[in-house]
Write a protein that binds this ligand. Structure first.
Ligand SMILES: [Zn+2]
Length: 109
């Protein structure tokens, strides 16, 4: 038997097929995460994305990350600041803003 799981974009884990409902499959959301309230889902997805950012960020990623340092959720804000400061000096916060908005529910490819 092949051991191929599916990636859940909310918790960021590879899980077995049966951990996904039919709909969750296409959406890349496992059953456990599908039952979470929407704000929790987006929080987890954001945290997951913050943690999986590459070391060298694209302009869009920098812009997205910067935006997250102003997030209304303090946990996300703290994590975003941490990720940002790991890569840039905290004094360089006023770089040009990229003009494109990120579409929230699309994970980085
Ligand atoms: Zn999940």
């Amino acid at each position: 038997m092949k051991k191929r799981g599916h990636y859940c974009k909310i918790c960021g884990e590879y899980k077995a097929n049966e951990k996904f409902s039919g709909k969750g499959h296409a959406a890349h959301i496992c059953k456990a995460c599908a039952s979470l309230p929407p704000e929790k889902k987006s929080e987890m997805m954001t945290v997951n994305r913050l943690l999986s950012l590459p070391w060298r960020l694209s302009k869009e990623q920098v812009s997205w990350l910067k935006k997250k340092t102003y997030d209304k959720n303090p946990d996300i804000r703290a994590l975003a600041e941490e990720q940002y400061e790991m890569r840039f000096a905290p004094t360089q916060f006023d770089e040009d803003e990229a003009d494109e908005d990120f579409i929230e529910d699309k994970p980085f490819e």
